[in-house]
Every structure is written in C-alpha cells, then in structure tokens.
Design a binder for this molecule. Structure first.
Ligand code: DP6
Length: 368
C-alpha cells in the first residue's frame, strides 16, 4: 500500500468494474459550479497532488451542465464526441479523451462505452472565468453515476462524492473542490483529520453563519485567456526560490482562515484572503519566466476597493485567480451599498462594464 490509499483501493475495485450488459442508450446529467479559492492551490507533484491544502467557496451562477449519453460498444477504443453549446469542440474533446485514458485504470468500463457529451456553461465562456473546475467536476460526477447505474457500487453518498472528487482532481486539481457543500478543503492538513490530498471534503459544519450570506461579485477586467494552461502555471513553482516558504505560508494561512471562518472574524478572513491572492500573483511575477496577469485596471480597482472599505468602515474582501479579474466577497448586509459602489464606481474599469453577480452555492446536483 502506498500513502495514497484511495488510488490503491480504486485500482483494486476496478477489477470488478469490467463486465456488464447494457441494453439501449442511457443518459445522465450533472450541474457543477466553479469555485473560488480562498487559500490557493499553486504547485503540484506526482499525479495531480497538491503541494499545500487549499480551500474554496462553491459558486452558484458560474456553473457547467454536462450530459453524458452512453451505450455499450464492441471495440476497446474510447469513442467520445464532445459538444460545447451544441457545437463539436475538438480541443476539449482531446483533453477529455486523454482524461478518459488516464482514469480508465479506475473505471475500466468507460473503454467499453461510446459517449456523446453535451456541455454548457451558464457563465459567458469569454468571461475569463475558469471552467475546468466546473467541467471536470460535472464530468466526474456523471461518470460516478454511470458506475452506479452499471454496477451499483456507489450507493453510499459519502463514497460517491469521494470518488467523484478523486476523479475530478485527475482532470483539474481545483475541480476536486466542486463537490457538495459550500466551503471545501482539498489537501492533507493536520488540522482536519478527514482531509486528504486525494480528494476534497466539505467543512460546512466549521463555518460561522456570517459567511453563509456571502456574495461574490466577479469584476471582468479582461476576458482574455488567463494562462496558456494552468499546468504550466503550477510548473513555475518547481524551481521557484520561494516554493518551500510558500507551501509553509499556505498552511499557516489555512490555520488562521479556519479560525476566522469558525469565529465569524471577518477582518481576519479579509486579511488572509487578500494575502493569498497577492501571494499568488507575487509568486507568478517572481518566477522564471515571470508571468504578470494583473492588468492596470486590476490595480486601479484594488486601490478603489481599499479606499471604499476604509471610508465606509465595512467588511469585505477580494481575491484573484491566475488572471486579472477580481472577486469581491462581501456579506449580504452590505449588498445594496456594494452593488451601487460596483455599478457607479467600478464597472468603468471592467471590460464592457461587465461583472457577474454571484453567490455561494451548495455544490453540484444531478439534473437528469
Ligand atoms: C490559481 O486547478 O486550474 O485557480 O490542476 O493544472 O488543472 P490544474 O490547475 P487548476 O489550478 C487552479 C489554480 C488557481 C488557484 C485555485 O483554484 O486554488
């Protein structure tokens, strides 16, 4: 047995996931949200294993709906047709093909199925919002439903979602965090007994109610591509002079954030969340090659947000992913103030005045 218990177990379970008889055509659909990381996953090793634990909120309006239509076939070659918004999407189809190749050691039956996959995002594709988390989460949940349909091996909810998170992780690390629950932790931490590098867990029972009302206003500063690929971004950490210190800092920040989340400490929450975002961008800027993803308007908006917070004496925070867009996380009690500030003062710095009014959700749901 390696340190990676579930990888070993799922490989072993796979020996019973070969033989089935499927008559006709079946289908299943899942809707999975994107998530916004408060503690960032930046740096990985082995097979999609994180260098530090990360923590996120699931979003509500930024989601992917994926329908899997499948039937049994004779040959052993995977056949996948991937449609995005009803149009065949060959680049993503290729990514899904290699993903299926990779996970076939855990789900050997997928090689005996012919798949048509219809996918759709509720957020604008060009909004610069990461869709790999919601896409791979929806796909992985769908595949677990197929396993359940063919073999009835995942009838226990906990097992179902653990395997879905495990499989989603192999497609995209942050996808492992798009599982049921609002606040999700992925990565082994001594602070949470059940945590694991192999899959994510919900920590909703550790969250003070003030955070349950949080909204996420996503300001689209620039909808252009973020990074050529997030894997290339993570690779920047491999020889990074600050890597060791970063992984340690993430653990310290996680400990403080968990305290803030539990006690309702919005000030500490804001401090840590911003520190994580600034650290992510500082790491990219100081890597070789250097990567700068903030745009001039990102900095203008950050300064405006800080000034507004100081003058109005309100609590909110903001974060950024590996891109230029800004996520403002704020409690419902200041919603009117925040929305009018965004509309009157910030949209002029957004691409075509665009922002997404989002909130926290409870994660993926089966829709068909
Ligand atoms: C900056 O999950 O997109 O959004 O595992 O290579 O697919 P891959 O990376 P990905 O990385 C996300 C990085 C981040 C921070 C985060 O979401 O934790």
């Amino acid at each position: 047995m390696s340190d990676y218990h579930f990888s070993d177990q799922y490989k072993q379970d796979a020996t019973n996931l070969n033989d089935f008889k499927l008559v006709g055509i079946k289908s299943v659909g899942w809707e999975s949200p994107s998530n916004i990381a408060l503690i960032k996953y930046w740096g990985k090793h082995g097979d999609q294993l994180p260098q530090n634990p990360s923590l996120s909120f699931n979003l509500k309006n930024s989601k992917t709906k994926t329908k899997l239509i499948y039937q049994q076939k004779e040959s052993d070659e995977p056949t996948i047709r991937y449609f995005f918004k009803e149009k065949r999407n060959t680049p993503f189809e290729k990514r899904v093909e290699s993903y299926f190749e990779k996970i076939a050691i855990y789900l050997p039956f997928i090689k005996k199925l012919d798949f048509t996959i219809n996918s759709n995002n509720t957020f604008p594709h060009s909004a610069g919002i990461a869709s790999s988390a919601s896409s791979f989460s929806a796909l992985a949940h769908g595949l677990c439903s197929v396993e359940q349909e063919l073999f009835q091996t995942l009838s226990n909810q906990e097992e179902f979602y653990r395997k879905a998170s495990f499989l989603a992780r192999l497609g995209s690390g942050s996808a492992s965090r798009s599982i049921p629950g609002e606040t999700i932790l992925w990565g082994k931490s001594d602070l949470m007994k059940e945590s694991s590098d192999e899959y994510a867990i919900t920590i909703d029972n550790q969250i003070h109610h003030v955070f349950k009302s949080y909204h996420d206003a996503i300001l689209i500063i620039d909808s252009g591509q973020k990074l050529a690929s997030s894997s290339k971004g993570h690779a920047l950490m491999e020889n990074h002079p600050f890597a060791k210190a970063r992984y340690q800092q993430a653990r310290v920040n996680l400990e403080k954030l968990l305290l803030a989340l539990k006690s309702g400490g919005e000030k500490l929450f804001a401090e840590i969340v911003e520190n994580e975002a600034m650290t992510l961008h500082a790491l990219m800027l100081s890597s070789n090659p250097s990567v700068s993803l903030m745009k001039p308007n990102t900095l203008v908006v950050i300064e405006k947000l800080k000034e507004f917070r100081r003058k109005q004496r309100v609590n909110f925070t903001f974060t950024l992913d590996a891109g230029s867009n800004i996520h403002i996380l704020y409690p419902n009690k200041i919603r009117n103030k925040m929305v009018s500030f965004i509309e009157n003062e910030l949209t002029e710095f957004c691409e075509n005045g665009k922002w997404i009014d989002d909130t926290i959700s409870e994660g993926p749901i089966q829709v068909e």
